[in-house]
Ligand binder design. Structure first.
Ligand code: Z5A
Length: 210
């Protein structure tokens, strides 16, 4: 018995938290028991790493350190949460996963994707999402939304060109794996974004490609 892993990805202000709230309502209505988790985080050690890596006080964190911390949190999440849940046949919705490292540390920070792939092999042992919902919108639009939230964390304080590279890296991954990714236009109203996400999830439940 194996469950299904769905991941949410997107740049700043893409609306992942808003979509997550809508998806919770959908899963409750249809009576599907879903485990919700997030990256970096989802375990006590992962949440401690999250606090460390997003803390604006740590401005000088090297790109490689940031990458290793993301994968350290991921290794713990796979071991303690994802693998056991999937092996027990549960559905899991994870707010970000390995694609975020390719986008942020690869695209954003410029780390070679072959080096990221080495860490992926160690931390995830090849675990891939069954479906990745990528919320895509222009960087300026997303940043304007995010700025309404108030204090920016260490990564959110980066410049626009950093987020442009992240967006390009996400879209390149989606083009390379069109069966796994569903790219959703996140500039649409929240109900439309939720509708597109539900369509993709229901296609997965029905065993159809999206
Ligand atoms: N990170 C990394 O670098 N490498 C990795 O491997 C991993 C992560 C796993 C934390 O991620 C950081 O970690 C993140 C990447 C890095 N850094 N950055 N930047 P996170 O996922 O926890 O944090 P986040 O990116 O800020 O996600 P979020 O909290 O879900 O925010 P959001 O996507 O911006 O969603 P939101 O709060 O729902 O929406 C933002 C605002 O827009 C809010 O006012 C909403 O009401 C509004 N909104 C949302 N949807 C709409 C629509 N459709 N229309 C109009 N307005 C909307």
């Amino acid at each position: 018995m194996t469950g299904r892993l769905i991941t949410l990805e997107g740049g700043e202000g893409a609306g992942k938290s808003t979509l997550l709230a809508g998806l919770r309502g959908h899963f409750d209505r249809i009576g599907l028991d879903v485990l919700y988790t997030r990256e970096p985080g989802g375990t006590p050690v992962g949440e401690a790493i999250r606090a460390l890596v997003l803390d604006p006080a740590h401005r000088g964190i090297a790109a490689e350190t940031e990458l290793l911390l993301m994968f350290a949190a991921r290794a713990q999440l796979v071991c303690d949460v994802l693998r056991p849940a999937l092996d027990a046949g549960r559905w899991v919705l994870c707010d970000r996963f390995t694609d975020a490292s390719y986008a942020y540390q690869g695209g954003g920070r410029g780390i070679d994707s072959a080096r990221i792939a080495e860490l992926e092999r160690i931390a995830t042992a090849g675990l891939l999402p069954d479906l990745t919902l990528l919320l895509d919108l222009p960087v300026a639009h997303g940043r304007a939304r995010a700025s309404r939230r108030g204090d920016a964390d260490r990564i959110e304080s980066e410049r626009d060109d950093f987020f442009e590279r992240i967006r390009a890296a996400y879209l390149a991954r989606a083009r390379a794996e069109p069966r796994r990714f569903r790219v959703i236009d996140a500039s649409q109203p929240a109900e439309k974004v939720l509708g597109s996400a539900i369509d993709a999830i229901e296609a997965l439940r029905a065993g159809k490609a999206t």
